[in-house]
Design a protein around this ligand. Structure first.
Ligand SMILES: Nc1nc2c(c(=O)[nH]1)N[C@H]1C(S)=C(S)[C@@H](COP(=O)(O)OP(=O)(O)OC[C@H]3O[C@@H](n4cnc5c(N)ncnc54)[C@H](O)[C@@H]3O)O[C@H]1N2
Ligand code: MOO
Length: 634
């Protein structure tokens, strides 16, 4: 075996892989003939020549009268030339064949009708006026498309005009995706604890489709080296690329490398990347075999780093490249040297500059895939990047779409999802929210990392909300109320622990799930605990932190905690019981200058609309008496 879980820089690994594939002639074009009408997105294998000229006959370019130019030579306003349709001129329409013997066309609106059966012309025309001659557009045998061109929708029209009904394109790369693992079950089955639904197969197939692969999904192969060996061996001749999913690392049931080695050669096992470390690159029977790490983000990255360039080399074209932009990093990222760290995040435009907010870096976190629109690479010689630095990021969607985002940060509230739906439907604006808690939300507005922040911070000294906290950091700000909302204890349905208030949290056996420090809910809890003279250290689970109301409710629902503090709406969604503890003010904080921002203005239109307020009241646990009103300024 060439390398066993070595850490090879990915460029080096790719170069090694590519040169081995060149040696076995893998990138040699393989072609097939297909119908032009089905060719969009395919890559031409050869130059495509016109089968006929366009136009293929001399045609009138206008509605008018076909004439012989020499007959009009003396036409003047003062001495018009009279012609007789049917005798020395003919009525034609746009696209009609130019009749034999005629060489120009005069538009109907340039002609006068002095008497029936006669037309009068007051300006001469030259031969060819308003005529499209044979081959004016292109001639038979002319090259319409070069080899290795990606066929666009508009190309189809031109090809068909040139009589090209079928053409030679590169055969699509055929990939076989083999999901492996005793714990993996088909997505059609409800997974039992310990079982994992085979989400990778469909996900990676869809990713590969964007790079021009046709992927077939093999049935799930158990962790048995003989079964995996057979699955690969039996299919080696039928596919261009074989992908073995999971079983790539050094676990007891990780057989991918061993199987590849039996059938051919492992070139690389282990990349100096994070995620994606255990990837395997091998060759058997002149075919590339790739061992994809099982975690979704790891597998996705290997698609980007290896399977994408593989296809680009074969098709000699680039796929889904939206380029790079420079953006300000909103959070410090620490990275291990020696490893290229890839971080997915969300980029949006705030106050004329792009801001990049990293998402969770866990390789198994599917929600990162849902939210991301950009990828950052921290090179292996770097220890990371500091918050506030300008960095280069790789876009994963077009810049025009990035510009549609309105960034909201701070505390999480379910109404933000509702606002997002309203904004998308009415104005094509997309809310991009990240949840960092109220205090960090204020910091984000101060640093101009977001246009809005949700805040609900109770000042224990005054009983008022938000203003005193914001004043400490910001000048020129505005607080606009989003809603008054009920906070309380979220407990299991039927309240089996008989919890009636905070005092019950210290009862023996009662477990609690908390919100993160800096969140408004946490401040509220600590305020109440202090008021009731309850020692937080006596609460079992006080140290367990979640980032959203829904996450707290989900913990209670799943029996992982007996109760948590959160809003009524979260309890309702999970069909849990709720013990109200008080009403709080949830406001949106923004810089005064952003009040005139077009996206912010639309958001204010949404939240002040009756339609929105009605929807909010329907959810329950919210009051809209102050919604949309300026409740603080400074
Ligand atoms: N001792 C070591 N342990 C691990 C190492 C290591 O170097 N030494 N590397 C870690 C890294 S990094 C990764 S990434 C994973 C990769 O593991 P495998 O490729 O061997 O995959 P499995 O362990 O079989 O599965 C991991 C995980 O992937 C998910 N999975 C697998 N198949 C599917 C599928 N078809 N659909 C959805 N999800 C799937 C699943 O969550 C598995 O639990 O190894 C670390 N360990
Ligand atoms: O490659 Mo693993 O993906 O770092 O988690």
């Amino acid at each position: 075996m060439a390398f066993y879980l070595n850490q090879v820089p990915f460029e080096e690994a790719w170069e090694n892989f590519e040169s081995e594939l060149l040696n076995v002639n893998f990138f040699h074009p393989r072609e097939e003939e297909i119908e032009t009408v089905l060719a969009v997105g395919r890559i031409t294998a050869k130059p495509v020549l016109a089968h006929r000229s366009n136009p293929h006959y001399n045609a009138s370019a206008v509605d008018g009268f076909a004439v012989k130019a020499k007959d009009t030579f003396y036409a003047r306003e003062t001495s018009p030339v009279l012609l007789k349709p049917g005798e020395n001129c003919l009525r034609v329409d746009t696209g009609d064949l130019l009749p034999e013997g005629y060489d120009a066309v005069i538009m109907v609106e340039d002609v006068f009708y002095p008497e029936p059966g006669v037309i009068s012309i007051i300006k001469p025309v030259t031969p060819g006026t308003n005529v499209r001659f044979i081959g004016e557009d292109f001639n038979e045998e002319e090259v319409l498309l070069p080899a290795f061109a990606k066929i666009k929708p508009a190309d189809v029209g031109a090809l068909l005009a040139g009589g090209v009904k079928t053409l030679k394109v590169l055969k699509k790369l055929k990939a076989l995706f083999i999901p492996t693992g005793d714990e993996i079950v088909p997505i059609t089955k409800a997974p039992e604890p310990g079982q994992i639904p085979d989400t990778n197969s469909s996900f990676i197939k869809a990713v590969l489709a964007e790079y021009g692969y046709d992927t077939v999904i093999h049935s799930i192969v158990k962790d048995d080296p003989e079964l995996l060996y057979k699955a690969v061996k039996d299919n080696l001749d039928l596919y261009d690329v074989i992908i073995i999913n999971a079983g790539s690392s050094a676990g007891r049931d990780d057989y991918a490398a061993q199987v590849i080695e039996r059938l051919g050669r492992v070139l690389v096992h282990g990349l100096a990347t994070k995620p994606g470390k255990p990837a395997i690159l091998g060759i058997a029977g002149h075919k590339p075999i790739i061992g994809l790490p099982g975690f979704p983000l790891s597998g996705y990255l290997i698609c980007e780093l290896i399977l994408k360039p593989l296809a680009e080399n074969y098709y000699k074209t680039k796929f889904h490249d939206f380029g790079t932009i420079r953006a300000v990093l909103t959070k410090t990222l620490v990275s291990t040297t020696g490893v290229d760290d890839f971080v997915w995040g969300k980029v949006s435009n705030v106050a004329g500059r792009y801001c990049f907010t990293p998402l969770s870096r866990g390789a198994s976190v599917s929600s990162t895939l849902l939210k991301t629109n950009a990828l950052l690479r921290i090179p292996r010689f770097s220890e990371g990047y500091k918050e506030g630095m300008e960095i280069e990021i790789n876009l994963k969607e077009p810049l025009a779409e990035v510009d549609q985002y309105l960034t909201v940060t701070g505390s999480h509230d379910l109404l933000l999802d509702l606002i997002d739906s309203f904004l998308r439907e009415k104005y094509g604006i997309k809310l991009s929210s990240s949840h960092v808690g109220s205090l960090n939300g204020i910091v984000a507005i101060e640093k101009n990392y977001a246009k809005l922040a949700g805040v609900h911070l109770l000042d224990p000294a005054t009983g008022d909300y938000n203003q005193s906290y914001v004043e400490k950091r910001l000048k020129g700000y505005i607080l606009i109320n989003l809603s008054l909302r009920e906070q309380g204890l979220i407990v299991a349905r039927g309240n089996p622990r008989k919890i009636s208030g905070l005092a019950d949290l210290v009862k023996s056996g009662v477990t609690f799930v908390n919100r993160q420090k800096g969140s408004g809910t946490r401040v509220f809890l600590d305020y109440l605990l202090n008021k009731e003279k309850i020692n937080p250290r006596q609460i079992s689970g006080y140290e367990r932190e979640e980032y959203t109301h829904l996450a707290v409710a989900a913990k209670v629902k799943n029996g992982l905690a007996d109760c948590g503090l959160g809003i009524y709406a979260a309890a309702k969604i999970f069909d849990l019981d709720f013990i109200p503890l008080g009403e709080e003010r949830y406001d949106l904080l923004l810089r005064e200058e952003n009040l005139e921002d077009p996206q912010v203005k639309k958001l204010l239109e949404v939240i002040t609309s009756e339609e929105f307020k009605k929807e909010v009241e329907r959810i329950g646990g919210y009051k809209t008496t102050l919604t949309g009103q300026i409740v603080g300024k400074g």
